[in-house]
Write a protein that binds this ligand. Structure first.
Ligand code: DOR
Ligand code: ZN
Length: 345
């Protein structure tokens, strides 16, 4: 196949940041994607409906005038989040989901939840009104090995939570292990998982073999090859519980290329080319639309986009910049380590 037309995709997990970085990255998303779930881990985080209203306005102001793009706003769950504020935000249509960061799990998560008990009133309210909880599914307990943090989270936090509040809809974001895939597959309802572009392409060797490669470091960290293969099988299966959430997370190069580099991989600009390559490799180009454009809206109770995009396979590789320049500084673009031939026409 040399060309494929699919409904316009959405990104169900995106970091747009703020200020000069927001201005520098937003067009890479709005060029291809109609909607995205916007992560609330700004400094300070987006914790109230008023914060989300103001952030949405800043996003719309940064959007190129020619692009139509809808940011789907989230709230950052804290131990002090008010159920009434969440309910009002959801009912007004502004808030699409609430995000749980276990405290310390990743970038700007120190204000996240330490004691799940304190979040129960909000979570019960969300179950009542049908508002999904997006989870960063990793424990932060220092004793737990970083490669085991997703599995331990499922066993000790996620599964007990879902047994306690079975009506709560949970998106397990950026699933990185076969344990996560198996857990979602085994559940009867009320759980789905997003999968990033980069976790379909790299395993942990990309970070560590031949020297430390900070631009392949993200959280949850890439796992061993067997896990990557499980993610590819799930993403390309067409199963409605799996959909795209790029977790494109720009950091300027000086904050990645240093002794304690930040977690995050920037993929907005070449995600659709990378995905077409992966789905073609798996003989599943016919499932790309389900993963990128249909399963996500179905899970979030939204209609799929009416517009379409066409991907065309070029004879010569499509070139992407190694870095983009933003007002905040240069941001390195994800290098899949193979030439990309699929191009959004
Ligand atoms: O790699 C990541 N980067 N993972 C996250 O969970 C957060 C993100 C960021 O905000 O930089
Ligand atoms: Zn993220």
């Amino acid at each position: 196949m040399r060309s494929i037309t699919i409904r316009r995709p959405d990104d169900w997990h995106l970091h747009l940041r703020d200020g000069a970085m927001l201005e520098g990255v937003i067009a890479d998303t709005s060029r291809h994607f109609a909607r995205a779930i916007i992560m609330p881990n700004l400094v300070p985080p987006v914790v109230t409906t008023a914060d989300a209203t103001a952030y949405r306005e800043r996003i719309m102001a940064a959007l190129p005038k020619s692009d139509r793009f809808e940011p789907l706003m989230t709230l950052y769950l804290t131990e002090d989040t008010s159920p009434d504020d969440v309910e009002a935000g959801a009912k007004s249509g502004l808030i699409t989901a609430v995000k749980l960061y276990p405290a310390g799990a990743t970038t700007n998560s120190h204000g996240g939840v330490r004691d799940m008990e304190k979040a129960m009133p909000v979570l019960e309210c969300m179950a009542k009104i049908g508002l999904p909880l997006c989870v960063h599914g990793e424990v932060t307990t220092p004793e737990v090995d970083i490669f085991d943090r997703e599995k331990v989270f499922i066993d000790t936090v996620l599964d007990p939570l879902r047994r306690r509040i079975p009506e709560l809809k949970v998106t397990m974001e950026h699933v990185t292990t076969s344990d996560g895939i198996d857990y979602i597959r085994s559940a009867e309802r009320n759980i789905a998982g997003s999968i990033t572009t980069h976790h379909l392409i790299i395993n942990r060797n990309a970070i560590l073999v031949g020297g430390i490669k900070p631009h392949y470091y993200c959280l949850p960290v890439a796992k061993r090859e067997s896990h990557r293969l499980a993610l590819r099988a799930a993403a390309t299966s067409g199963d409605r519980r799996f959909f795209l959430g790029t977790d494109s997370a720009p950091h300027v190069d000086p904050l990645k290329e240093c002794a304690c580099g930040c977690a995050g991989i920037y993929t907005s600009i070449n995600t659709m080319s990378c995905l077409a390559h992966v789905f073609e490799q798996e003989g599943a180009l016919d499932k790309l639309e389900a993963f990128a454009s249909l399963n996500g809206p179905a899970w979030y109770g939204l209609a799929p986009n009416e517009e379409t995009i066409t991907l065309v396979k070029r004879d010569t590789p499509v070139s992407f910049p190694a870095k983009i320049e933003t007002g905040a500084g240069p941001v390195t673009v994800f290098d899949p380590m193979f030439p990309l031939h699929w191009d959004v026409a």
